[in-house]
Ligand binder design. Structure first.
Ligand code: FAD
Length: 467
């Protein structure tokens, strides 16, 4: 029987990063993945393919602005969805191949098959050729991730009533895509198909889209997407989703009890994700799951069984690839005797629409609920030279700072390149910067990043220079 220091179950961003770090730290490491490709949800049916389609559809949408820039395009411009989807798949295949390369480079043994606990130190791997193999490990890290969840009365048929996984490989552009759930995944994929010519309606139970983020971001994103043609039905509870031939009928009820009926040809159910532990036989190792199916862990990501840890989407916290990666590295370092730490308050959240939305730290709503006195400074992108030069005028940066100490407590932004700009805010907050600290740092001109400096000036003493 093969024996390892560390065995990781699941090769998503949590699992494969943990495997690399374990190997760097001198552990004899193995990783088990039930699919034939490595990289988990993120690389195969999540972050990477969705960003590939967002990029392709963005190029198409930008054509509409070419004339403003003095570029005349003659002849037909058409979308070839099949090609777009196959390009996306090529990006996924290359990226997944890159993970395989990293496993080999770091001398990590890769097992393909479903990993199930026999007990707290033994795992059996059921392979696709129907054989199985048992391996032994001193430490085991559960990194089995998550799957799309649904509502009990919705039957996902994967043809017309679909999840994000199917939405990444449609064979035609929907005529009318009805999206159930206005969270990050629904809105990103909604914008892809909106740009490609679909009518897109979003039904959201809460009173706003991207409800976890600062309400000012929801408001601005709603405004921009409405301008682009997306329709919103917020504060609407979906009551039924029925397939009728090639049509999908969605019925939802508003707060007054009035029912709306939307008829689409596809309905994307994006109401969140649930932790995935099917087939893992966690109970055989004695590992406790909570009532929502998550693996229970302490602050060191250790389960109730001392040699078994869990990371990523299968444990509490934001279901984000970079959060999973941080946890993967952290467990490896704990096992080697180090004392790493993750500041969960500073895990940034990003929506990769255009304009991009990004945030870190506390929202205004959270600060108010916690009774923390704060100052807010905002700066609109339209006042920046760089934004005007490129024509990306939507959005703003908002900085929230402690009213007494001036420490930055939250940064919320929507606009061009915010997915990258947020890194400055995360760095500043990791070093406990004050708004004044940021306002005194030189930012290259002309850049979108100047909006961060200006918002910091606005938060300090209402000193923004360019408004
Ligand atoms: P996963 O990536 O889910 O990987 C778990 C792996 O474990 C899977 O490969 C699974 O097959 C394997 N596995 C499960 N059980 C077993 C078993 N018993 N034996 C063997 N293998 C097993 N996050 C971001 O940060 N940025 C984004 O832009 C982003 N976009 C997204 C877009 C979409 C459409 C979706 C669906 C998700 C997106 N996410 C994004 C979320 C991100 O994909 C997840 O947070 C991330 O993949 C979680 O990583 P993980 O390692 O915990 O699990």
């Amino acid at each position: 029987m093969s024996s390892f220091d560390v065995v990781i179950i699941g090769s998503g961003p949590g699992g494969y990063v943990s495997a690399i770090r374990c190997s760097q730290l001198g552990f004899k490491t193995a990783i088990i993945e039930k699919y034939s490709t490595l990289g988990g949800t993120c690389l195969n049916v999540g972050c990477i393919p969705s960003k590939a389609l967002l990029a392709s559809s963005h190029h198409y949408e930008e054509l509409q602005h070419f004339a403003d820039h003095g570029i005349e395009v003659s002849g037909d411009v058409k979308v070839n969805l099949e090609k777009m989807i196959s390009r996306k798949q090529a990006v996924v295949d290359q990226t997944s191949g890159g993970v395989k390369f990293l496993m080999d480079k770091n001398k990590i043994t890769v097992f393909e098959g479903l990993g199930s606990f026999i007990d707290a130190t033994h795992i059996t791997i059921a392979k696709s050729d129907e054989t199985s193999e048992t391996i032994e490990a001193k430490y085991i890290i559960i990194a089995t991730g998550s799957k799309p969840s649904s509502l009990p009365f919705i039957k996902i048929d994967k043809e017309r009533i679909i999840t994000s996984t199917e939405a990444l490989k449609l064979k035609e552009v929907p005529k009318h895509l009805v999206i159930i759930g206005g969270g990050v995944i629904g809105i990103e994929l909604g914008q892809v198909y909106l740009r490609l010519g679909a009518h897109v309606s979003v039904v959201e139970f809460m009173d706003r889209i991207i409800p976890g983020m600062d309400s000012s971001l929801s408001k601005e994103l709603t405004k921009v997407l409405k301008k682009q043609g997306m329709k919103f039905y917020v504060s609407h509870k979906v009551k039924s989703v029925e397939r009728k031939g090639q049509a999908v009928i969605v019925q939802a009820e508003n707060l007054k009890g009035e029912t709306i009926t939307l008829e689409g040809d596809y309905s994307l159910v994006s109401v969140g994700r649930r932790p995935y532990t099917e087939g893992l036989n966690a109970d055989k190792a004695g590992v406790k799951l909570n009532d929502r199916g998550m693996v229970e862990v302490n602050d060191h990501l250790q389960t109730n069984i001392s040699n078994i840890y869990a990371i990523g989407d299968v444990v509490r916290g934001a279901m984000l690839a970079h959060k999973a990666e941080e946890e993967g590295a952290m467990v490896a370092e704990i096992l080697s005797g180090q004392k790493p730490h993750i500041n969960y308050n500073l895990i940034p959240g990003v929506v990769y629409t255009w304009p991009e939305v990004a945030a870190v730290g506390q929202t205004e709503e959270q600060l108010k609920a916690d009774g923390i006195a704060f100052k807010a400074g905002s700066f609109p992108f339209k006042a920046l030279g760089r934004a005007r030069a490129g024509g990306d005028l939507d959005g703003f940066v908002k900085i929230l700072a402690d009213a007494k100490t001036d420490e930055v407590l939250g940064v919320h932004m929507i606009g061009a390149r915010c997915a990258d700009l947020i890194a400055e805010a995360v760095t500043a907050m990791e070093f406990k910067a004050s708004a004044e600290d940021i306002s005194r740092i030189s930012h290259a001109h002309p850049t979108f990043a100047e909006a961060i400096k200006e918002a910091a000036l606005a938060a300090t003493d209402n000193r923004a220079l360019h408004v």
